[in-house]
Each structure stands twice: as C-alpha cells, then as structure tokens.
Design a protein around this ligand. Structure first.
Ligand SMILES: NC(=O)c1ccc[n+]([C@@H]2O[C@H](COP(=O)([O-])OP(=O)(O)OC[C@H]3O[C@@H](n4cnc5c(N)ncnc54)[C@H](O)[C@@H]3O)[C@@H](O)[C@H]2O)c1
Length: 356
C-alpha cells in the first residue's frame, strides 16, 4: 500500500483548525507538523486538538523534524510569497490559501516561479467544492436549465455590523480591500468553474459600516465569454436571516428552460417553464460547508499522486485575481473593464476567449 503523503502546515489562526479537521478526512495524506509564529502556546494547542504530532514556530526546524512531502500554507496573503519561495527553493509542492498574493503581479510572479522550477503550486480554493455548486454544475452540464443566461449570487453572511464586526476574523475591519479581495475572489472562481471565463466586469462598491476600512458592499456584474451574466451581490453589513449560513446566502441560476434556486441552507429547487416546481434532493456531505475543504485538499493530493488534474493551479488562479482587480478598477472609474488576456506560463489560453 502507498504510504500517505506527509504534510507540514503553516498558520495557526482562525482557519487552521477547520483546515486541519478537513485533512483528517482526506485519503492518502496526513499533516505531521504545524508551524506558527509569535504564539507557540496557540500553535501547540491547535496542533494537539487536531492530533498533529509536531508543532513549533521555526520553519527550518519543522522541515528537519517532519520531512514533509508538501507544504500547506494557511497564513495571511502578504506572507504567502515568502513561504512559497521557501518551498520552491526546496522543490516542495505547495497548497496555498487564497488569495494567492496581495496583487495580481505578485501572484503571476509566484505562479511563474513555481512553473519554472517544476514545483506544483495549487491554490486552496475550497468554495467551488461546496456541494451545491458541484450539483448546480452537474444540472447545468446535463442541460436541465437549458442555456443559463442570468445568475445571481447573493452573499449575506450578516457578520459585519457594529463596532466590532467579524468576530471570527477581526482583522477584516482594517483591510483596505475587503469583500472583493477576501471573499469575492471565491465567487469569481466559482463563476469561472460554473460558466467559464469572464471577459468584462462592471462593479460598484460601498463601505456601509463606519467601523471597517474597506468595502463591505459589492455589486459586480460579470460577463462570461459564453454570453451569460452573473451578478455578485454581496453585502456583509446587512441583516441576514441566519448569520454565516451554510451557503452564505442564496443563488439563482436562470436558464432558458428552468431556474435553479439554492437556499442559504443549501437546499435546491428547480422551477420549470411548464410550471412544475420541485425540490431537488442531493447529498450534502459532512464537514465544514458541506465537506468543501476536504474535497479541495483531496483534489490537491490526488493531483500530486497523478490521479486527477488540480482544479485551481496557481497559474490559472491568476485569471481569477485579474477579474477581482478589474472589479476594483471598474468601481474606481465607474466604467466597464475588459479583462486583459495575458498569458501565464504553463496555462493554455481558455478556449473560446474572444478578446481584443
Ligand atoms: N474559505 C476559506 O478557504 C478560508 C476561510 C478563512 C480564511 N481563509 C484564508 O486562510 C488564510 C488564513 O486566514 P485566517 O483567517 O486563518 O488568518 P488569521 O490571521 O486568523 O491566522 C493566520 C495565522 O498565520 C500565522 N502566521 C502569519 N505569518 C506567519 C509566518 N510567516 N509563519 C508562520 N505563521 C504565520 C499567524 O500567527 C496566525 O496564526 C488567509 O489566506 C485567508 O484568506 C480561507
């Protein structure tokens, strides 16, 4: 039997315990060490809780102790570059949390570096692995909706109001770029997963809660090369029916034959043009947000084993970050912004892209 791959994880903050719990359900890999900085007690406690054998605050020491087959980065975006360079220098495959880097240029440089050294660099983009998006994709691909032409992703976590917003991630309040950079990036990636490339955006942003620095309201209209329009309607300060609901809000996909509605608990309804409306049952696995973190991490491991294509390699993820950047440009200028189609090393241009 193949021995499980040995992982070393970096970062022991809000998301680390969720990511570590997800690793326990992944087949073919185990996390053997956890590295943090500044607060060794917190790092040790997170490691202990997750059954990780080694913990510490020194990456070199962790490398010597754990002898990992891959590095799993779960630290803030500004630290990703340094950690990715560390891994690439040692030929160590990397799974790195989103957003890959603070800017598109930084992300492209990192993707290019990993490509030139032949080191797998995959973005841990778990959002698209939420089972309601996987099931929506299956229904779309099977033609149940006809041609989807209008989708609304209405994000309402309800966690961003008051003087101390975002209790799980208080650092959000000081981020100069908030909803698009931090969370919208998931929805752009998911749009690309469901509908293909995005070639033009129109976007408006606002800051509603005076206690936050960046934008907490975003309306982004994303035009896909296939002709469909996706509206990302995100408001983190508004009242939500359920705070941080399972699906973080609702989605409707309107097609020529039927409309798919996804409720904030992930339940699905299909409304057909002939008037038949029926709940659509499907399986929502256990685990954080329907097992999406496990599924994304499993895809990384399967790709390292040569059993699957990585769905979100860094080089491809640069396109997602370009769309996010274009949204900021559009919001600042009040103009529609076309997405530039620069090549990224190692990534074929998407089929059907029709750009100037
Ligand atoms: N859906 C998701 O997948 C999801 C959800 C939440 C956060 N995230 C992402 O996960 C990453 C971490 O977010 P978070 O909320 O856990 O942040 P956080 O600030 O709560 O935790 C970050 C951790 O990284 C540690 N750290 C920082 N620099 C380090 C370094 N150089 N070496 C070792 N440790 C270092 C910090 O001490 C802290 O423990 C971010 O990229 C964020 O966007 C993803």
């Amino acid at each position: 039997m193949e021995r499980p791959l040995r992982g070393l994880m970096v970062g022991a903050g809000y998301f680390a315990p969720i990511q570590l719990a997800a690793w326990r359900a992944v087949r073919g890999a185990e996390i053997h060490g956890l590295v943090g900085h500044r607060d060794p007690d917190r790092v040790a406690a997170v490691a202990r809780e997750a059954g990780v054998g080694w913990s510490g605050v020194d990456l070199e020491a962790a490398m010597a102790e754990v002898r990992p087959d891959f590095l799993d980065i779960c630290t803030p975006p500004a630290t990703h570059g340094e950690l990715i360079r560390f891994a690439v220098d040692r030929g160590l495959p990397v799974l790195c949390q989103k957003p890959l880097a603070p800017t598109v240029a930084d992300a492209a440089e990192l993707a290019d570096l990993a490509h030139r050294h032949g080191v797998p660099l995959v973005v841990n983009e778990n959002w698209r692995w939420q089972p309601w998006y996987r099931e929506a994709k299956r229904l779309i691909d099977n033609g149940v909706l006809g041609r989807p032409f209008h989708t609304t992703m209405r994000m309402r976590p309800g966690d961003g109001w008051g003087e101390r917003p975002y209790p799980d991630q208080p650092y959000f309040a000081a981020m100069p770029r908030l909803v698009l950079f931090e969370t919208g990036v998931h929805y752009v990636d998911t749009t690309r997963y469901l509908f293909g490339e995005i070639d033009e955006v129109r976007c408006t942003t606002a800051t509603v809660n005076p206690a936050v620095t960046g934008e907490d309201l975003v309306i982004a209209v994303l035009h896909t090369t296939g002709g469909g329009i996706v509206v990302y309607d995100a408001d983190r300060s508004a009242v939500a029916r359920t705070v941080r609901s399972l699906a973080y809000g609702t989605m409707s996909v309107e097609g020529t034959d039927a409309t798919l509605e996804v409720a904030d608990d992930g339940t699905m309804t299909v409304l057909r043009r002939d008037g038949r409306t029926a709940r659509h049952d499907y399986r929502i696995p256990d685990g954080w947000k329907g097992g999406c973190a496990t599924a994304a991490q499993q895809n990384f491991v399967d790709a390292l084993r040569g059993r699957a294509e990585a769905e979100t390699p860094a080089a491809d993820y640069v396109r997602t970050m370009r769309v996010v950047e274009a949204c900021y440009q559009s919001a600042a200028s009040g103009q529609a912004v076309r997405i530039r189609s620069e090549r990224v090393a190692g990534v074929p241009e998407p089929a059907g892209e029709r750009l100037p």
